[in-house]
Design a protein around this ligand. Structure first.
Ligand code: SF4
Length: 391
């Protein structure tokens, strides 16, 4: 049945097209007063749950780094009181039928695939849960064996190991599903009222052409199915969702538009679309930068430099104060230090491969910028004066 709300709200694809037009048409090189005005307008609207699309486009094209970053840092401190949450990551299966150009677990890659059984899931989770993270993020490729029941069983193992000590949230960074499969997954998790289930998936690129070039095989080719997956997850009963985009993939650069600017704006459009259609902003957001892939000659199409990367986090902070920003060990320790005042969640030390928490050698999905241990990561954050639950 189509509800009145669904009829009235334009599709996310239509909104993305409209944003792209605005970004194309937005003036560049405006003066400082106009810049400040648009940044303030973007922020003031965000406090009312509204998106000022014109100001967003103008801000992206006219960044005054110093003022933007200072404002975003102040806002983050005011809202989140120097608190950093840690999350553990566990790759439980790298079976995958998709072919993503940038991924070491792509169906193209010739390496021994694996799907951890309950015993080894327990071993992997135990190694990461001993650091008392507030979240565990369960990752897997896309394959018919990776069923809702398999994922729910993994979540139950995490809950059993934790025994109600530190875990507030279990997130599933897995392939998008139909609503009925999301329901099966949720129904299979034996959780308390307090435990939050999050479905987290990144669109990789919000540009359909770029998306098509980089996803050439398997169900992941369906751009729209992925785009609307957070909405299906919330409809099915997930408590919250996470969104993201893979920076460095979109290499469109014209006189009017830079691909990565579009991706950041598109993420914000997506977040407000979710709010409009479901009443919930995404709980988390991440913009990982593409890294090289082990054993592949993949080259990042359009790398985003450090300064721009910090500016993007600042814009996201100002436009989406309700959403927690995530950074990961894909970044170097120096960059983690620079980004930390703008973000809210960090991963513990992660080896991006199956069983990476308990095995010495695994097949990596991507390279890392930092190889510090979980102890070192936590110690660094505490030494810098941040608060971490349980420490
Ligand atoms: S990114 Fe995910 S879906 Fe794509 S090939 Fe890698 S594991 Fe499969």
């Amino acid at each position: 049945m189509i509800t009145t709300k669904q009829v009235q709200v334009p599709s996310l694809i239509a909104k993305l097209e409209k944003f792209k037009e605005k970004l194309n048409d937005a003036p560049a090189n405006i003066n400082d007063i106009a810049r400040s005005h648009h940044l303030d307008s973007l922020f003031m609207h965000s406090l009312n749950g509204e998106l000022n699309l014109e100001s967003l486009a103008i801000v992206l094209k006219n960044i005054n780094s110093e003022k933007l970053i200072a404002k975003a840092i102040n806002l983050n401190k005011e809202l989140y009181k120097k608190k950093i949450e840690f999350y553990g990551v566990s790759y439980i299966a790298d079976l995958c039928v998709n072919d993503c150009t940038y991924c070491g677990h792509s169906s193209r890659s010739v390496h021994e695939r694996e799907m951890l059984d309950s015993i080894n899931i327990r071993r992997d989770f135990s190694e990461i849960l001993k650091y008392k993270p507030s979240e565990i993020c369960i990752l897997a490729g896309e394959h018919k064996f990776i069923s809702p029941e398999y994922l729910a069983n993994a979540a139950n193992i995490a809950l059993d190991i934790d025994g109600g000590k530190s875990l507030e949230r279990i997130s599933f960074n897995v392939a998008p599903m139909q609503e009925f499969d999301f329901k099966k997954l949720i129904d299979g998790v034996k959780k308390s009222e307090q435990t939050i289930l999050q479905f987290r998936v990144f669109q990789e690129s919000y540009d359909e052409k770029i998306y098509a070039i980089n996803h050439t095989r398997g169900p992941k080719r369906d751009f729209e199915f992925r785009l609307n997956s957070q909405q299906r997850a919330l409809n099915a009963g997930f408590n919250q969702v996470g969104i993201g985009t893979l920076l460095g993939l979109n290499n469109e650069i014209t006189n009017e538009l830079v691909g990565s600017d579009f991706e950041i704006g598109a993420l914000i459009v997506h977040a407000y679309h979710l709010f409009e259609t479901t009443g919930s902003f995404p709980a988390t957001l991440s913009i990982p930068r593409l890294q090289a892939v082990v054993g592949s000659n993949f080259e990042v199409p359009s790398p985003v430099d450090d300064e721009r990367y910090i500016e993007y986090h600042s814009i996201l902070r100002m436009a989406l104060p309700q959403t927690k920003l995530i950074i990961t060990g894909r970044e170097t320790p120096v960059m983690l230090d620079k980004l930390r005042p703008l973000i809210n969640i960090e991963d513990l030390s992660t080896k991006p491969g199956v069983g990476g928490n308990y095995r010495d050698a695994v097949h990596f999905q991507n390279m890392l910028g930092t190889t510090c241990s979980s102890e070192q990561r936590i110690r660094t954050v505490l030494n810098q004066g941040y608060f971490v639950d349980g420490y």
